[in-house]
Design a protein around this ligand. Structure first.
Ligand code: CP
Ligand code: NVA
Length: 311
């Protein structure tokens, strides 16, 4: 990645080898601490003395808790700040916020309403900035998703997976990840909610096997994993229209039967049973959604070591 500061902004910024190194370390750390209490600190407390500030412009359960526990397990400390409680909410610029926080802490994780805010923060910070979700992408989530898939089915480059529903921020990070790591990604989305055309064009330029269709059935045919997300993301305002457009894209038993018999079901959570996925699929034997949630913790430890570690 370009520059001296080790930001984690998007999966597309990294080489396949760098992504593999993050995934491998995450898996090794997860295996090594089996049976340990959740609060037990890793050998050597590798981030001892480091402080991570976490800024939330949007709500969060998993990102907030998994980053906080990740820092504790690495021996570091965290500050959690709601953007509403900062001078940001009263008009202080993101650039000045970045300059000030860089004097107090060693890294910033931000959940930003707009991707531009993330980029501006990174541009003006002299410390690493980590993307904890924006309207455009959710790279930490998709690194955890890849880790989860590979735990269950082996290297993703030998598989096809399908994204069904809104071509949203998480879908974009999937486009980035599959293009970098190999494997085939099929996105079945309504025309109005098609995946980011810039991400798709980038994938095509990079030689990624990314296919876009408006048919959920076509997307999931014989895939090894079906992926879904909410119909209305935190930054969306057109809930009623989205419900109408996305009803035909619900992941249910009939749709899962079009995939491979051993296909996994994944969802970044939070989920709405009866909307994007039925309770039968979400709580059924093919679902690995809580493994995915757990892996947010393990992958983020590896990302934090890459961004804030000394090696
Ligand atoms: N998947 C995810 O990012 O969840 P939170 O919104 O709870 O952080
Ligand atoms: N696409 C969802 C993901 C939540 C983790 C959102 O942005 O709200």
């Amino acid at each position: 990645m370009a520059g001296d500061i080790r930001h984690f902004l998007d999966i597309s910024d990294f080489s396949a080898a760098e992504l593999r190194a993050i995934l491998d370390r995450s898996q090794a750390m997860k295996s090594a601490r089996k049976g340990w209490p959740k609060g037990a600190v890793e050998q050597g407390a590798p981030l001892k003395g480091r402080v991570l500030a976490m800024i939330f412009q949007q709500p969060s359960t998993r990102t907030r808790v998994s980053f906080e526990v990740a820092m504790r397990q690495l021996g570091g400390e965290v500050l959690v700040i709601s953007a509403n409680d900062m001078q940001l909410g009263r008009g202080e610029t993101i650039a000045d916020t970045a300059r000030v926080l860089s004097r107090y802490v060693d890294g910033i994780m931000i959940r930003a309403k707009q991707h531009d805010h993330l980029l501006e923060l990174a541009e003006h910070a002299s410390i690493p900035v980590i993307n904890g979700l924006t309207n455009k992408s959710h790279p930490c989530q998709v690194m955890a998703d890849i880790m989860t898939f590979e735990e269950h089915r082996g290297s993703i480059d030998r598989h096809a997976v399908a994204w069904v529903g809104d071509g949203n921020n998480v879908a974009t990070s999937w486009i980035h990840a599959m293009t970098k790591l190999g494997g085939e990604l099929r996105l079945g989305c309504p025309t109005e909610l098609a995946p980011d055309p810039d991400a798709v064009a980038w994938a095509r330029r990079e030689g990624g096997k990314v296919k876009v269709t408006t048919s959920a059935e076509e997307a999931v045919k014989d895939v090894s994993c079906v992926l879904a997300d909410v119909w209305v993301s935190m930054h969306d305002t057109d809930a009623a229209a989205r419900h109408n457009m996305l009803k035909p894209y619900q992941v249910n038993d009939a749709l899962m039967r079009q995939a491979r018999p051993d296909a996994l079901f994944m969802h970044c959570l939070p989920a709405h049973r009866g909307e994007e996925v039925t309770a039968q699929v979400m709580d059924g034997p093919q679902s690995v959604v809580f493994d995915e949630a757990e892996n947010r913790l393990h992958i983020q430890k590896s990302i934090l070591l890459r961004c804030l570690g000394t090696e």
